[in-house]
Write a protein that binds this ligand. Structure first.
Ligand SMILES: *Cc1c(COP(=O)(O)O)cnc(C)c1O
Length: 420
């Protein structure tokens, strides 16, 4: 396990200097890619010990269960976040589904915002509903509404750190007080802000889920997900997990997840992916700082343009969430912003004129990406569902990359001219 006491070193140092669990036979300075499926043992007793967890340093047996390259990435994330347990999986959605398959049960309910990543919305509303799990949508700005939605079968409160594309930010420290008084775990999708700008433990997060496809991967090389357990929740309050074993380093939740659910679901992270994402992590802070500062510059620039109806960025004075954002993200709320033109047609015209900014989904690539959420990400949702989810037809989402900000500004300027 990574040492949480290494947190007195800087963020990037902790990630770059995280040591391998076993010394590499050749002294490789980067963790090699172990892309094999199985691991061999010298005798029957040692393979039995490995399967029964009797060794001091657990051995790997089979890559769907654990793998040295994947484990190395887990340790880097542990060093960055201070979590007690980290598990990598095949995608952000695998992180979310494995988490809820570990703690929800027929008759339980999830209290959450209706403003969710599209597949998360669909997972809660349709997939889990078929197994008797209810989703209760609340306005996360309304603490009383959250409190009154909770009952003895609430298995979790869930939200996204900054909702997308609405850019709402739940006041997690305040919500945490309500949840603690009612013994409900707080589960947060923190994909949009990495640990160099957000401390989940201070905000009261018990379980964190992340799409590592975004900031972590570094250049959008691969799809991946992470589940982080801070060891802060007493699972005796969960009807399904209260009888599960725990160990000195694993809560009932992590035990259930690692020893049963994730193996049965089988959405294991590929070792090649883990290798690329571990390399990506080394430049995470550097990329985040540059992307955030460009995003703020562009948000200010966009606010001054006459064709633009509205700009969403939590650091702008116009944002309702500025003070929560300043508090949670140290005034550095990342690289995602939104802006609205007069109409959907104006958005299409503008987007078709862009030359540097790419028309693509995804977030936090090195490249700047733009998308029109209503016609793409939410394109197959019914008009009623779009209304529930609050998806507006004149809104675009920008993910600011690492290009020179003056070039990005110039590209936007020349594309706006077509609306003039
Ligand atoms: C992208 C994303 C996901 C899903 O992640 P995948 O890696 O694509 O499965 C979940 N939540 C948020 C907030 C995301 O941006």
């Amino acid at each position: 396990m990574a040492k949480n006491d290494s947190r007195n070193k800087g963020f990037s140092t902790r990630i770059i200097n995280e040591k391998f669990k076993r010394k590499d036979a050749h002294g490789a300075i980067a963790m090699p890619i172990y892309r094999n499926a199985a691991f061999e043992f010298p005798d029957s007793e040692s393979i039995a010990n490995a399967f029964q967890y009797k060794e001091e340093i657990a051995s790997h047996t089979y890559t769907r269960i654990t793998n040295p390259t994947v484990e190395n990435l887990e340790h880097k994330i542990q060093a960055a976040s201070g979590a007690e347990n980290v598990m990598m999986v095949a995608s952000g959605m695998a992180a979310i589904s494995n988490t809820f398959l570990s703690l929800a049960y027929a008759g339980s309910n999830i209290v959450t915002s209706p403003h969710l990543f599209g597949n998360t919305f669909s997972l809660f509303k349709f997939t889990l509903a078929a197994f008797g799990v209810e989703v209760r949508f609340v306005n996360t700005d309304d603490l009383e509404e959250i409190a009154s939605a909770i009952d003895e079968n609430t298995c979790a409160f869930f939200c996204e750190l900054i909702t997308n594309p609405h850019l709402e930010i739940a006041d997690l420290p305040e919500i945490s007080k309500i949840l603690k008084a009612r013994n409900v775990p707080m589960i947060v999708d923190t994909t949009v802000i990495p640990w160099c700008a957000f401390d989940p433990r201070k905000a009261g997060v018990d379980i964190e889920v992340v799409s590592t496809t975004k900031y972590i991967s570094g250049g959008a090389t691969t799809i991946g997900g992470a589940i982080l357990d801070y060891g802060t929740f007493d699972w005796a309050h969960n009807k399904r997990l209260k009888t599960v074993s725990k160990t000195a380093t694993m809560s009932q939740f992590s035990f259930k997840l690692k020893r049963e659910i994730a193996r049965n679901i089988g959405a294991a992270m590929d070792p090649e992916t883990a290798s690329l994402q571990a390399l990506g992590m080394e430049t995470l802070q550097l990329r985040y700082e540059k992307m955030s500062s460009s995003a703020y510059q562009l948000a200010q620039f966009l606010s001054d343009q006459k064709e633009i109806v509205k700009v969403g960025y939590p650091k702008l004075e116009s944002s309702k969430y500025k003070s929560i954002s300043d508090n949670l993200f140290y005034g550095n709320p990342g690289a995602m912003l939104t802006f609205s033109l007069e109409s959907r047609e104006a958005c299409y015209k503008f987007m078709d004129k862009l030359q540097i900014i790419r028309r693509a989904t995804n977030l936090f690539d090195n490249k700047t990406l733009i998308i029109h959420p209503e016609s793409t990400i939410y394109g197959t949702f019914s008009p009623e569902m779009k209304t529930v989810m609050g998806i507006e037809p004149n809104l675009m989402r920008l993910s600011v990359g690492l290009e020179d900000v003056s070039d990005l500004q110039g590209d936007i300027e020349q594309a706006l001219a077509i609306l003039g």
